[in-house]
Design a protein around this ligand. Sequence first.
Ligand code: PMP
Length: 471
Amino acid sequence: MSTDAPADAPGNSPAAKDVRYLLHPYTNGVKHRDRGPLIMQKGGGCWVTDDSGKRYLEGMAGLWCTSLGFGEERLIEAAAHQMRQLPYYHLFAHKSHDPAIELAERLCAMSPPSHDGPMDKVFFANSGSEANDTAIKLIWYYNNAIGRPEKKKIIARIKGYHGVTVASASLTGLPANHKDFDLPIANILHTGCPHHYFEAHEGESEEDFATRRAEELDQMIQEEGPETVAAFFAEPVMGAGGVIVPPPTYFEKIQKVLQKHDVLFVADEVICGFGRTGEMFGCETYGIVPDMVSVAKALSSAYLPISAVMANKTISDAVIDNSGKIGTFGHGYTYSGHPAAAAVALETLKIYEERDVISHVKQVAPRLQAGLRERFAGHPLVGEVRGVGLIGAVQLVADKAAKTPFEASQGVALKCADLAHDHGLVVRPLPGDAVAFSPPLVISEEEIDQLLERFGRALDDTAAWLSQAAA
Ligand code: PMP
């Protein structure tokens, strides 16, 4: 297996060249020199195959994104067809093309509604980070346009994940995204994370914990001055920060605070959007009425990079009027609404509808959620099992009763994910030693059983590895 290929592998092997030439995202570069890459070569359905021919059940859908699995011919066809027709065009200076127009219309029609009706306009970008960066810029532009130049601060949450560009990494509430990058930038604040298991006071109910989090937000806005606070960014279910499922009344309470202070709600649906939580959007699952929504990943089942930020009519109208005053809307990417990516996204959305992917998620999700709980909640290494729909996590802890985390330096979740690889399962270790699951939405119940069985073996191996280390 290529994970075993050390840096001294023959100089021209792909593994050696990888170590020589690639700067890997989200990778410990020093460890990478020794262990080298795991090189994937093929995919089909919920499975991927590495360069040694070993097959893995892709329990993470790549990075929470390949919703339709790895071999959807209709998406491949949609890309090829569009590339033959018009491989590239842009949307600058009044230019347009059919895939972007149709996709924007479809997104507005299906989006979670805002206070003033459905989402009104779509701006296309290429990644979740760019969508969230754009959302920040739109908010600043909007508040300038309507004569509120003071109202600029943005509140995100500790452990929230919104991307890695300068502004979106500032929203992200994880230490590794700030340390030594000189982030966050000014005017970005972080409020507490809605994780009851770790953050509730002794004996505090979920309801009381949610109330406390909302009160803290209220206090933060009051202290900063409501006239300076523009927006609140949240993922309905926090993904990369640990798959943190909010207490049932959390968003209801948070939204009351935001309305009181006239603070916009940007729903980051980059992971939750398009069925992950069992409804089309996480906003539906949690009763969120957003002012703006960002989407990416499952928008195109990740076959081509594309993201979008949608804004309600109040914001869109003000932005458009302001661009008229300035002479142009001075924002846009060369690849905003790239026709091949837009065509693939459009086909992806058609497939969701035709195959009723949401009903499939609703049908199979209990198998994953109940299976994770039944099999692993009692395991000595597991403090909490959480999740909704087809997203879940198993929280590994050093002491179950005291909820004591492992030392980060032990790398327990990382080890567990490596051991899962050995058993032919891809899962993702998250900061704080949770192991995440986010399989393709098309996964079958039989494959979910395999996921659970393989993870069970990895978890037992992790326990064995820990006792060996302790001996
Ligand atoms: N928002 C959320 C909720 C995400 O999970 C991610 C990526 N994992 C992003 C934004 C950033 O997306 P990208 O990596 O495409 O920039």
